[in-house]
Write a protein that binds this ligand. Structure first.
Ligand SMILES: Cc1cc2nc3c(=O)[nH]c(=O)nc-3n(C[C@H](O)[C@H](O)[C@H](O)COP(=O)(O)OP(=O)(O)OC[C@H]3O[C@@H](n4cnc5c(N)ncnc54)[C@H](O)[C@@H]3O)c2cc1C
Length: 282
């Protein structure tokens, strides 16, 4: 277990809120903003939903007290969506309002496709009165160009990612190269047409990062780069040094193992790199 924790610390801050705050501070010192997430999803039980909400309350206070430059990122199924849309909305809304009072931005992660419509509905409802709220949108879903048109029309704030779930072929693009091409097409559309109040380019894909920089030269927009903790750490600092806003997604919590195993599964190549770092003591 010891070596696993050592390995995991590349991708996960630790078990406690204080670990995440420390990681965010050190990211800030390198010119990178934080996006802190308390890992967890699919909470069926109301006590667990309330405990997760309470953890985010404490996190918001911690960010404020420690004067960290960090947003938070929440998963709707962690905060009531396994019950229903109303429970989730009622759980998230006070957090978003408290965050606004403290000057903190809130991101809603996007989850598996059975929840896509619900999460977009909650976002649209809450965004009307809470402009400190953004939503992740997954490139691989066939529905995404239409969703983005609607979100652009309301001046939403979106995080464009490729998508992390294993979705069926009748609703999602499956080939990695096709997802990449779709991501490039969506970026072109978002930068050219405008409308969104914030475009967060959430990828570690160098070609897409270059494309976003190029598009922003032609059509300057409010945009930022977002990457996961433990991925492209050198590139993050370079981009921040070039004057771009760069955010690092910092997960923490007792459920770190599940998050860590998912990252390893997604990035089998990186297991080798991480193991080499551990062995060398980097
Ligand atoms: C800030 C952020 C928030 C996200 N939020 C969501 C969300 O709400 N919902 C959702 O479905 N998905 C989310 N994702 C995940 C996303 O959908 C992709 O699954 C993931 O980012 C991998 O795609 P990629 O574009 O980075 O490129 P890839 O094509 O997978 O990789 C490009 C390069 O980056 C490297 N790389 C990628 N990931 C890692 C890693 N973890 N560690 C080390 N190297 C890596 C690869 O090895 C490769 O060299 C998020 C991603 C980021 C960065």
């Amino acid at each position: 277990m010891g070596i696993l924790i050592h390995l995991a610390k590349r991708w996960v801050a630790g078990e406690y809120l204080e670990d995440a705050v420390e990681r965010a501070k050190s990211a800030n010192d390198r010119g990178i903003s934080g996006i802190i997430n308390h890992v967890g999803e699919h909470n069926e039980d109301i006590a667990k939903i309330e405990a997760s909400a309470e953890e985010y309350n404490r996190l918001l206070d911690g960010i404020k007290q420690e004067k960290i430059d960090s947003a938070i990122s929440i998963k709707p199924t962690q905060l009531g969506l396994m019950k229903d849309v109303q429970t989730c909305t009622k759980t998230i809304e006070p957090l978003v309002k408290k965050a606004a009072d403290l000057g903190i931005f809130v991101w809603m992660d996007m989850e598996g496709s059975i929840h896509t419509q619900q999460i977009i509905d909650i976002y649209k409802h809450l965004y009307k009165e809470n402009k400190n709220l953004g939503i992740a949108i997954q490139t691989y879903l066939f529905r995404t160009p239409e969703d983005l048109k609607e979100l652009s029309a309301m001046g939403a704030k979106i995080r464009l990612c490729k998508g992390a779930y294993n979705e069926p072929a009748d609703i999602a693009i499956k080939r990695h190269e096709d997802i990449r091409k779709a991501y490039a097409d969506l970026l072109e559309m978002l930068f050219r047409e405008g409308g969104l109040e914030l475009i967060a380019v959430a990828t570690h894909d160098d070609e897409l990062i270059e494309l976003a920089m190029q598009l922003n030269k032609e059509h300057p927009r409010n945009f930022e780069f977002q990457m996961l903790m433990g991925a492209h750490d050198k590139r993050k600092v370079e981009l921040a040094g070039e004057g771009y806003k760069v955010c690092g997604y910092i997960p923490y919590g007792k459920g770190w193992l599940g998050y860590f195993l998912r990252r390893l599964n997604e990035q089998k190549r990186d297991i080798k790199t991480a193991l080499v770092c551990v062995i060398k003591g980097d």
